[in-house]
Design a binder for this molecule. Structure first.
Ligand code: NAD
Ligand code: FE2
Length: 425
């Protein structure tokens, strides 16, 4: 279990200048996107670095939901600047891009696919420590400030993939609830649904002692270990908080208590899933986002189509947890209970069904969510391609309970069934 260094509290962004100095850094690459660059969060970071007299350059061209090409562009900027530390200010898109800038700046000779998850990339382990990276999240979602994961869209394979290694974990996460206050409610909703799925998937993932193959050397042990007694504490608490506070945070932009609790929940879920892993909602979301038929999400002010990550994971959740129910009815019932369901009279064989219904109701009440893949523009004829984009997501599929791993054909059939069910609910 790898811990994460987190500082949490309103105003803690102002300390980033001193943190950078304390790390001994003198040349900092500040990474953000064009929107966040204009927010108070970035003004605070600039002020804090100026106050310490730290030399820095701002890279604000991060693409929202990064692609391989946008990452390569960012890496080139970082290689040219030669920083000795990074500060990432933004959502998962920014923090993930900064992690990859750090990785490829420290391994300038590496081929881009060397560290990318197998089988799309070579999945090589990272063999030396990277430069310090301080992450300042401005969404309450990915938990990227706590994880060793960085995700991008691999355009050639029409699915997202990424790099996952402990070495990518930020040195410090500065979780400042003042920074998430400016999120539009659509961003609060989709990033919050990411927290919901991180917590549910890590809570129900295959237990750590059943995960195979067992690595012969600890350096090859994946960051995603399977559910374990420590991650469970984080995941279940994050789930309870999300059910309680996400609807409030989405509905009322002035509900600062709910927003603050959601930022904490995102970080807790990050520690949970960053060690235990996620499974089917995430594995299936990578082709959903990568094969977007043209959906533009309301509330996202971008000049290109996007299915936000949180939307792409939540849309399959009712189908996924009905399917995984039999693998561990007790956990699925505990999760349903977190949604306020009275599970006292529920039979074990109905655990998946009950959780699935609770999720449908939660998503419907939250509002602004598609009632299935059809509303995102997918048709039955797209299912084969979606399945093909999911099969290579081995890193997460190996943690999926109830999924057959022996035979590719059986697994494809199961995934096809899940996508069919997720078409409409
Ligand atoms: N590394 C991980 O472990 C991990 C986990 C889950 C998801 N992800 C990845 O993270 C990305 C999604 O990140 P996200 O959901 O945090 O959103 P995001 O970074 O994509 O940002 C979404 C939108 O909100 C804007 N925004 C961000 N903070 C804001 C604020 N405080 N006020 C106003 N606008 C703000 C951004 O400019 C952008 O337009 C996806 O690429 C996803 O695959 C990574
Ligand atoms: Fe996620």
């Amino acid at each position: 279990m790898a811990a994460s260094s987190i500082r949490f509290g309103p105003g803690c962004t102002r300390e980033v200048g001193m943190d950078v100095t304390n790390l001994g850094a003198k040349r900092v690459m500040v990474v953000t996107d064009a929107t966040v660059d204009k927010l108070t969060a970035m003004a605070q970071v600039r002020q804090a670095l100026d106050a310490e007299g730290v030399k820095y350059e701002v890279y604000n061209e991060v693409r929202v939901e990064p692609k391989d090409s946008s990452v390569l562009k960012a890496v080139a900027a970082s290689k040219a600047f030669k920083p000795d530390a990074f500060v990432a200010v933004g959502g998962g898109s920014v923090i993930d891009t900064a992690k990859l800038m750090n990785l490829y700046t420290c391994f300038p000779e590496a081929d881009f696919l060397d560290f990318v998850n197998a089988p799309l990339g070579k999945g090589l382990p990272v063999t030396k420590p990277l430069l310090p990276l301080i992450a300042v999240p401005t969404t309450a979602g990915t938990g990227s400030e706590t994880t060793g994961t960085a995700i991008f869209d691999h355009v050639a394979s029409r699915a997202k993939t990424g790099v996952a290694h402990r070495a990518l974990k930020p040195t410090l996460g500065l979780c400042d609830p003042l920074n998430t206050r400016t999120m539009p409610s659509a961003v609060a909703a989709s990033s919050g649904l990411d927290v919901l799925c991180h917590s549910l998937e890590s809570w129900t993932a295959i237990p750590f002692h059943e995960r195979v193959p067992r690595p012969t050397n600890p350096i090859n042990r994946p960051a995603y270990q399977g559910a374990n007694p420590i991650s469970d504490i984080f995941s279940l608490q994050a789930l309870r908080s999300t059910v309680k506070y996400l609807p409030r945070a989405v509905q009322d932009p002035d509900d600062h208590e709910a927003q603050s609790q959601m930022l904490l929940a995102a970080t807790l879920a990050g520690v949970g899933f960053g060690n235990a892993g996620v499974h089917l909602c995430h594995g299936m979301s990578y082709p959903i986002s990568g094969q977007n038929p043209g959906h533009r999400h309301e509330g996202y002010e971008l000049d290109y189509p996007i299915i936000p990550h949180g939307v792409s994971v939540a849309v399959t959740a009712p189908a996924v947890f009905r399917f995984t129910g039999p693998s561990n009815p007790a956990r699925h019932l505990a999760a349903a209970e977190a949604f306020g369901v009275d599970v006292s009279g529920v039979k074990e064989e109905s655990a998946g069904e009950v959780l699935s219904e609770a999720l449908k109701e939660f998503l419907a009440k939250l509002g602004g969510q598609p009632r299935g893949l059809k509303e995102l523009g997918f048709r039955e004829g797209d299912i084969d391609m979606l399945v093909e984009g999911t099969v290579p997501q081995r890193r997460v599929l190996m943690l999926a309970p109830s999924l057959e791993d022996g035979s590719d054909e059986v697994q494809r059939e199961q995934l096809r069934g899940l996508f069919e069910e997720a078409m409409e609910y």
